[in-house]
Design a protein around this ligand. Structure first.
Ligand SMILES: CC(=O)N[C@H]1[C@@H](OP(=O)(O)OP(=O)(O)OC[C@H]2O[C@@H](n3ccc(=O)[nH]c3=O)[C@H](O)[C@@H]2O)O[C@H](CO)[C@@H](O)[C@@H]1O[C@H](C)C(=O)N[C@@H](C)C(=O)N[C@H](CCC(=O)O)C(=O)O
Ligand SMILES: Nc1ncnc2c1ncn2[C@@H]1O[C@H](COP(=O)(O)OP(=O)(O)OP(=O)(O)O)[C@@H](O)[C@H]1O
Ligand SMILES: N[C@H](CCC[C@H](N)C(=O)O)C(=O)O
Ligand SMILES: [Mg+2]
Length: 511
């Protein structure tokens, strides 16, 4: 985890004033209040002399356990929620700043230590269960194509200028996030479009950031292991909109049942998008095939290379962002019409004998259903639809039987396999998936994902369509705590090329 280093040391008094203004400050213990702080971190192992350590009650461990270690390594001040016993006596040279919410304090302090880079950027935040990465990529390409230098933060990677960094989280922790924003201002970027996950909102990773535009895509089942209930999940997403000022714009999908609730308490100017008559930004699907979509958006016809009705919403949301920025509709649509392939999102591979394989990141029941339906609607008659999928370990168990049911209902042939089992037993995950299926015996069950893809390649007939779902751009399989290289796109190319390139007749040699 990175450390925030300011241009010049920051007086602790400034930190206290800001925390007080935010209503977070409770008490201050200790004598070091006149000190200047050289860096900020929430990881005790990264503390150096004259640092500020924020103790966070984490998902795995409680950062308060490492206060002593942080002070031994040179922290002169500690921010936390509970004052350790006899702090002043045990650590006479340090100060303890008690706050009501350490995660929130960390977010706000990260903006100070990185000199508030977000103030020099137009921040565009995208939230929702599905479509965040796609919509963020669309906005990124659209704005850069029309000459507005824009950075990107999301699941696949972080991009700005000529830099592309691997993503740690969809929405990184506040120190890394503000560091990225600071680097973007150096490009210089005008805008930053970022995915804002529900985990990030719950954990205050975006605290202290002011979004100019926030987009809601949709809300269906995911992450209930973490949030506990659908209501709590909705509430976490809603925080993005509740935090907007009256100067911001909230774009919401009016066709999604949770759309209106999402913006119910926002101060921002709300703009709805969707197919409904009363949508302020409206589209109609004019045509869709395996080659792409034709939409009528606000009365203008445009073709796009993205497949699937769900992508019509992502395109509309991206267009809405451009409209909220006051940009020319024709320019926006023309730019969106030329978007490149988004890594691992409905990525299509066609083979000589007419077989098609599609690698897609669908890892929720709703996404899997949408993708399978889409393929069904546009695939050639007489062809069979295959679905190779699995469910992540240490993630929402409830979605497993639902995904089993969806795959069985919509595909002709199902191969269940592993998708990042993490510390769980893949066979137990299979058992959970099996619970949702009526005829589990009709499916193939293959723990080894590479072998499952090979089976699909071997068993499908020329002209069939094979969906390999769940991992999209991911180039690894997480087994235990190890990340083993594995790339669906590479495997698909390798195995399908092997089984679906018709053998050429041997060339005749004339002697
Ligand atoms: C479960 C979870 O969300 N964990 C996230 C969380 O970690 P945490 O702060 O709770 O970490 P922890 O390990 O319990 O440690 C608590 C504190 O003790 C500190 N510590 C720990 C050890 C030590 O020796 N000294 C020390 O000071 C740690 O630095 C930390 O401050 O905060 C970290 C920084 O913000 C995240 O990187 C981390 O994401 C983990 C890696 C993760 O897998 N998260 C997933 C579930 C996630 O967030 N996913 C969403 C996307 C979901 C979607 O796409 O729909 C995302 O935004 O990526
Ligand atoms: N608007 C949408 N509605 C429903 N399903 C969608 C939508 N957009 C994409 N999908 C499906 O969901 C999958 C994930 O899409 P995407 O990566 O854009 O979403 P995400 O919200 O970023 O997901 P994650 O939270 O895992 O990062 C896609 O591969 C596709 O199958
Ligand atoms: N952002 C999602 C991605 C899931 C992708 C899937 N491949 C899995 O590992 O379950 C998560 O962390 O739950
Ligand atoms: Mg994403």
């Amino acid at each position: 985890m990175p450390v925030a280093i300011p241009k010049q040391p920051i007086p602790l008094t400034r930190v206290l004033q800001r925390l007080e203004r935010e209503g977070l400050l409770q008490t201050v213990v200790g004598s070091a209040t006149a000190r200047k702080l050289t860096h900020l971190t929430d990881n005790s192992q990264e503390v150096q002399p004259r640092g500020l350590f924020v103790a966070v009650r984490g998902e795995r461990v409680d950062g308060h356990r490492f206060i002593e270690q942080a002070i031994e390594r040179g922290a002169v001040a500690v921010v936390g929620e509970f004052v350790p016993e006899a702090f002043a006596e045990r650590f006479p040279k340090a100060s303890f700043v008690q706050v009501s919410n350490s995660r929130r304090a960390l977010g706000i302090l990260a903006t100070i230590f990185h000199m508030n880079p977000a103030r020099r950027l137009r921040l565009i935040g995208i939230t929702g269960t599905n479509g965040k990465t796609t919509t963020a990529f669309l906005v990124y390409h659209m704005l850069n194509a029309i000459g507005q230098e824009t950075g990107l933060i999301g699941t696949v990677c972080y991009r700005f200028g000529r830099h592309e960094l691997p993503a740690s989280n969809t929405t990184p922790g506040p120190i890394e996030l503000n560091h990225l924003l600071r680097r973007m201002t150096g490009v210089p970027c005008k805008n930053c479009v970022m995915e804002v996950s529900s985990h990030a909102l719950e954990q205050e990773r975006v605290a202290g950031l002011s979004f100019s535009i926030a987009v809601f895509t949709n809300l269906t089942r995911d992450h209930l292991d973490y949030h506990g209930s659908f209501e709590a999940y909705l509430k976490a997403k809603k925080k993005l909109f509740d935090g907007l000022t009256f100067r911001a714009t909230a774009l919401y999908n009016i066709d999604d049942p949770s759309g209106p609730a999402m913006v119910a308490d926002t101060q921002a100017c709300c703009i709805s998008y969707g197919q409904r008559e009363d949508a302020q930004i409206r589209m109609r699907i004019v045509g869709h095939s395996l080659e792409g979509l034709t939409l009528n958006i606000d009365g203008r016809f445009q073709r796009f290379p993205l497949v699937g009705c769900f992508n019509a919403y992502n395109l509309l949301a991206a267009y809405g962002v451009g409209r909220a920025m006051g940009l020319d509709p024709d320019l926006l649509l023309e730019a969106l019409g030329r978007v490149p392939q988004i890594p691992g999102r409905f990525e299509r591979f066609t083979f000589e004998d007419g077989t098609t394989a599609i690698v897609d990141y669908a890892h929720t029941p709703d996404a899997l259903e949408n993708v399978l339906r889409t393929i069904r609607e546009v695939m050639p008659e007489g062809a069979r639809l295959w679905c190779v999928f699995g469910c992540g370990g240490e993630r929402d168990r409830g979605k497993r039987p639902m995904m089993g049911a969806v795959a069985e209902r919509l595909a002709d042939c199902v191969i269940v396999t592993s998708d990042n089992p993490r510390s769980e037993d893949p066979l137990q995950i299979f058992e959970d998936i099996r619970q949702g299926m009526r005829h589990p015996e009709a499916a193939l069950w293959e723990v080894d994902r590479a072998r499952a893809i090979e089976q699909a390649a071997k068993l499908c007939r020329p002209g069939d369509v094979v969906l390999v779902a769940g991992k999209g751009h991911e180039a690894y399989q997480i087994i235990g705590t190890e990340k083993i290289p594995l790339d669906d796109r590479q495997l698909v190319q390798e195995y399908f090329e092997h089984y679906h390139t018709p053998a050429r007749p041997p060339s005749i040699r004339f002697l």
